[in-house]
Design a protein around this ligand. Structure first.
Ligand code: GLC
Length: 530
């Protein structure tokens, strides 16, 4: 079977941020979403019309980075339920025709993982320490970090332990990086893959897939004078410039994915993996999806594109060309749990939402697979979370607002927090929800044919009927402020300018906001024409 006929090739995947989706049993009303909460709300995803869900980490974890700090890769954290809850979720999803992708975090463990605890208890130079990157410090007393690398979350990437050695953590100090040059590490993760494949998962989202290997010398990073001191946090990850990065994108990382591909192919049913790889170029992103490596990689170039017809056209064209060299599927994503929600990025308010819907409609016409982030189907915006409620480790390390604002628990029903998110006892969610979300709940939007939810449902249903073949050629060009995409006899037009323009001829299959019959396409609007 060719790739273009596999389920994931043109799948629409919905990202569930587990602690913010829905709070069900067994800990009702603790204000934290969990696996039974997801299971109970799966019909929402079926009605939305997505093909699959990706669930962020729900494994045992001290939750310093909300599950991206894993203490046990083969168990469910009691906050979220237990293994039987995962099995029930998977079975119900499959009954509803939904595939399930789980998150795999191979770059680092939690500092509470049994390996790291053993490493701390052992001597420098011991086999226990050799699973991580422990080094002696620099300077006469060894009290300076072994190199100049910074943590993605701010500050040094090194922390010193009691006996004077330092360990590397590219993220928080509670997330020590593993040493993938140690064969024990690869063997451990093959076991983890098999554990979840045996349980029946359909795929994996690979966290920090461009990490894992560091240049063996652990040499200093060359940092040009003009970029020194620039904060590197979630938002600025999208505007990366080409730089010297001895900690990312090392060639050896591709051997890991060749090994995993073989494991995935031993299993029936088209199991897949998608890389979260913040690569510097579209070409290096394509290396992760060569035929013997992973199946997909997130296309962060699309997410980082400003509201401009010219830039959208350029990114569409270069993304399609880059994946073609790897004979793989393009992917498209506008929002996730690490970045500012896209309506807010496009200016917020009514304009931001209109642009957000237009960009989504353009995305859903593109070939390959699209990833949606929970809450975008409700038109949610980034929330300004009050400092005392912030939990993102990057907030604690840098004093910058961090990523909590895109992680606010979903509003399901009712007119006041917790909007049906949690148990009936009214316990408030782990981040406070805005008090003006009453009109944005699933319940309110289901009753309104012009709502963002109704629009997403229509868009996904129309995509299914219009784009039936995955192999159609796609072209994208900018005509002044208009983005024009052509695929499968459908023309997508997005007006990124400030003025209405004459609507090109053709039947309007769907528009991102209402188009009146005056023959004009308003600003901040997209249409599919045939
Ligand atoms: C990825 C995740 C992010 C997490 C980081 C460290 O970028 O998407 O949420 O903080 O990896 O695991």
């Amino acid at each position: 079977m060719s790739n273009t006929h596999k389920w994931w090739y043109d799948a629409v995947v919905y990202q569930v941020y587990v602690r913010s989706f829905a709070d069900g049993e067994p800990v009702p009303g603790d204000g934290i979403g969990d696996l039974p909460g997801i299971t109970a709300r799966l019909p929402h995803l079926r009605d939305l019309g997505v093909d699959a869900l990706w669930i962020t980490p729900f494994y045992r974890s001290p939750q310093k980075d909300h599950g991206y700090d894993v203490a046990d890769y083969e168990d469910v954290d009691p906050l979220f339920g237990e293994l039987a809850d995962f099995d029930a979720l998977l079975a119900r999803a499959h009954e509803l025709g939904l595939r399930v992708i789980v998150d795999l975090v191979p770059n680092h463990t939690s500092d509470q993982h049994v390996w790291f605890r053993a490493a701390l208890a052992a001597e420098p130079g011991s086999p226990e320490r050799a699973r991580y990157l422990f080094r002696d410090g620099r300077g006469p007393a060894g009290d300076e970090p072994p190199n100049n690398w910074s943590s993605v979350f701010g500050g040094s990437a090194w922390t010193r332990v009691a006996d004077g050695q330092w360990y590397l953590h590219l993220f928080d100090s509670t997330q020590p990086d593993l040493d993938w040059r140690n064969p024990e590490v690869g063997d451990m993760f093959e076991g983890v893959l098999r554990f979840w494949l045996d349980r029946g998962v359909d795929g994996f989202r690979v966290d920090v897939a461009h990490g894992l290997y560091k240049e063996a010398s652990l040499r200093d990073q060359v940092i040009p004078e003009e970029t020194k001191g620039r904060k590197k946090q979630a938002e600025s990850m999208v505007e990366r410039v080409l730089r010297d990065e001895p900690m990312w994108e090392q060639p050896e990382v591709h051997d890991v994915y060749r090994r995993w591909r073989k494991v995935l192919e031993e299993y029936d049913g088209d199991r897949m993996a998608v890389a979260e790889a913040w690569t510097q170029t579209a070409e290096s992103m394509a290396q992760f999806i060569r035929p013997d490596e992973l199946h997909q990689a997130f296309n962060f170039g699309w997410l980082g594109t400003p509201w401009s017809a010219k830039d959208f056209a350029a990114v569409i064209t270069s993304s399609i060309a880059a994946v073609a060299t790897a004979a793989a599927a393009p992917t498209w994503v506008l929002s996730n749990h690490d970045v500012v929600r896209h309506p807010t990025r496009y200016g917020g308010g009514e304009v931001g939402l209109a642009r957000g819907r237009a960009a989504t409609l353009a995305m859903l016409a593109l070939p390959g697979s699209a990833y949606l982030y929970q809450g975008e189907e409700l038109g949610l915006e980034q929330v300004d979370v009050p400092p005392e409620a912030r939990q993102d480790p990057s907030w604690f390390r840098t004093g910058q607002p961090g990523r909590d604002g895109c992680r606010v628990p979903l509003p399901w029903s009712g007119s006041a927090p917790p909007y049906g998110f949690g148990g009936a006892d009214g316990t408030q969610p782990w981040i406070p929800q805005p008090t003006d979300w009453g009109g944005l709940t699933v319940e309110a939007q289901e009753a309104d044919p012009d709502s963002t939810l109704a629009f997403y449902r229509r868009a996904l249903a129309t995509r299914r009927t219009v784009f039936t073949g995955a192999e159609e050629a796609t072209t994208a060009e900018a005509d002044g402020d208009l983005l024009v995409v052509r695929r499968a006899g459908v023309t997508v037009v997005v007006n990124t300018g400030d003025l209405p323009v004459p609507l090109p001829a053709g039947e309007v299959l769907i528009s991102s906001t209402a188009v009146s019959d005056d023959g004009m396409l308003p600003p901040d609007t997209a249409v599919w024409l045939r």
